[in-house]
Design a binder for this molecule. Structure first.
Ligand code: ATP
Ligand code: MG
Length: 395
């Protein structure tokens, strides 16, 4: 078998002394994502090269790698010995497998002792294809229909006809752990994904209010976590009951402030879970001024209840921009399933948009046993674990 998957990254290559750490983390994630679909995964001079298992489904490999943070692009290609005859023959095979009128051969050598330089390899292999393809095609170096890529490394050469885009960023698991406040809407799954792409491991926390006990309600949350687990490969989900606190809030807090108080109590719950998980920040799907709870005044009141940094990577995006991402990531369809969340339930017709922290704190101080109820909610949380398909289904 001379099939090879060639994986490229960029940001991690810039990390100086830590480079090896990031490369190893990416290689490990590739191994986990592919499971038995790959025979070997190796770091090789600025790239990761993987030999697929016997009979491995290329479409499944493509789908799994397409999602992995840290990968800028990858290719399903072939290996060849480092001599010009072999490179010509293999390039011709790639050309024969495609329909095109114009092509270019793009060569790169990381082995500088190879007798030809990159331009010479490209020109010579291109000429070989022109002579032997058996039909008229032309070379077009700027806008070719087919690009044949050649990489000459210290051990062998790789050839491929297509670069498949990955998400870029950094391999998950290299930047510590955060909690994501996952609502079941469109935004918070996208926010979680953006943080995964920065290298963090995301632990999900869903706060379940009383209207959600209907059959199948948390199924939607689990579907979202399952989709995102294909990105970070293993996940933990806390489902925290909110009914008792909700009733208390309704009893003590005027309707127009409830949404803010709900979210402040969510922050307190998240703070407790964060301590248990040793997570270093809280992620939310907030986008400035998108809904009433997201004015600057209200966000200040909500975030004041958190004792960790609150990261909201969608803060400057509008809904359409987030929807485009949700579709790419594959969370949109699950998010679109109707679901009564805390903030749509018991919402006042005219919620406060300029909350005063002192006033909110006065109302909260009147709620008996609030601290104990937060601790009780966390103690009653259900914890579920998820693994990506490469790990669980054995391929
Ligand atoms: P989303 O699409 O993420 O639900 P949204 O625009 O509907 O966002 P809100 O419902 O006001 O906005 O929620 C803002 C943020 O608060 C969410 O992105 C999420 O991080 C957090 N949040 C809201 N409800 C819950 C919940 N039930 N459990 C956990 N987090 C929640
Ligand atoms: Mg919501």
């Amino acid at each position: 078998m001379n099939d090879r998957i060639v994986i490229h990254y960029d940001e991690i290559a810039l990390k100086g002394k830590n480079r090896r750490y990031f490369e190893e983390a990416l290689a490990k994630n590739v191994r986990t994502a592919l499971g038995p679909l790959s025979q070997s995964v190796q770091r090789l001079y600025g790239r990761i090269v993987c030999t697929p298992g016997e009979g491995a489904d290329r479409e499944v490999i493509r789908e799994r790698l397409r999602r992995l943070p840290g990968i800028v692009h990858f290719s399903l290609g072939i290996a060849a010995p480092k001599d010009m005859n072999a490179l010509g023959a293999r390039a011709l095979e790639i050309a024969q497998a495609h329909h095109f009128e114009s092509f270019a051969v793009k060569a790169r050598r990381s082995d500088k002792s190879f007798p030809l330089n990159s331009a010479e390899i490209g020109a010579e292999v291109g000429a070989h294809v022109l002579r032997n393809l058996g039909r008229e095609v032309k070379v077009d170096l700027t806008h070719p229909e087919l690009r044949i890529f050649i990489e000459v490394t210290h051990t062998e050469a790789f050839l491929y006809g297509e670069k498949i885009k990955g998400p870029g960023g950094l391999p998950t698991g290299t930047a510590g752990k955060v909690l994501s406040s996952l609502s079941g809407g469109i935004d918070s799954p996208v926010a979680s994904w953006m943080m995964m792409k920065r290298g963090v491991e995301v632990v999900f926390v869903h706060i379940r209010n009383e209207t959600q006990f209907a059959h199948g309600a948390v199924g939607k949350i689990e579907d979202l976590v399952r989709t995102l687990t294909e990105v970070q490969l293993r996940s933990k989900l806390y489902i925290v009951p909110f009914g008792e606190l909700q009733r208390r809030i309704i009893a003590f807090v005027p309707a127009k402030y409830r949404m803010i108080v709900y979210r402040r109590f969510m922050m307190k719950i998240l703070g407790k879970v964060a301590r248990r998980e040793k997570a270093k920040a809280i992620v939310t799907g907030d986008s400035l001024a998108q809904v009433a709870s997201q004015t600057l005044d209200n966000l200040r009141c909500i975030q004041a209840a958190a004792d960790l940094p609150v990261l909201s990577p969608l803060i400057g995006l509008n809904k359409e921009e987030t929807v485009v991402l949700a579709r790419q990531i594959g969370t949109f369809d699950s998010s679109a399933v109707p679901y009564p969340d805390c903030c749509s339930f018991m919402i006042a017709p005219h919620p406060e948009t300029r909350a005063e922290l002192e006033e909110i704190e006065r109302y909260e101080a009147a709620i008996d046993d609030a601290e104990a109820m937060v601790a009780e909610a966390v103690a009653q949380a259900e914890v579920r674990k998820f693994v990506a398909s490469g790990k669980s289904a054995g391929g």
